[in-house]
Design a protein around this ligand. Structure first.
Ligand SMILES: [Zn+2]
Length: 115
């Protein structure tokens, strides 16, 4: 799984605010942009994977895996949603932008709801 942060570094000078693109949230330590939020969630799931299987996941292995399985198996969508929500909660990132980013949003009206 590779998620790259594509914000251009040359624009992120100290003492200057990161320029905003339409529809994109600014990236600050308190309110991370969706890519940084995703990285935090992925890191959290890496840890969960290590706890479950005693090793790091391989590139093709699911970070959202079924519970109580001796080998990593891709979880069903409902379980992925639950694991995402739990990871977002544990890492303190907002869930709706993540769901939108992943194309998993169910109700478009809920996107951007205050948290
Ligand atoms: Zn960011």
């Amino acid at each position: 799984m590779s998620i790259k942060h594509s914000v251009k570094r040359d624009r992120q000078k100290i003492g200057r605010e990161t320029p905003r693109r339409a529809g994109e949230r600014p990236c600050t330590a308190r309110k991370l942009c969706v890519r940084c939020s995703m990285i935090k969630v992925v890191q959290y799931r890496f840890k969960a994977f290590r706890q479950a299987f005693g090793r790091n996941p391989l590139a093709h292995e699911a970070l959202f895996f079924t519970a109580n399985s001796s080998v990593p198996k891709q979880a069903a969508k409902a379980q992925v949603m639950a694991q995402l929500a739990q990871a977002a909660d544990a890492t303190g990132v907002a869930l709706p932008p993540l769901l939108k980013f992943l194309g998993m949003a169910e109700a478009p009206k809920a996107i951007g709801a205050a948290r």
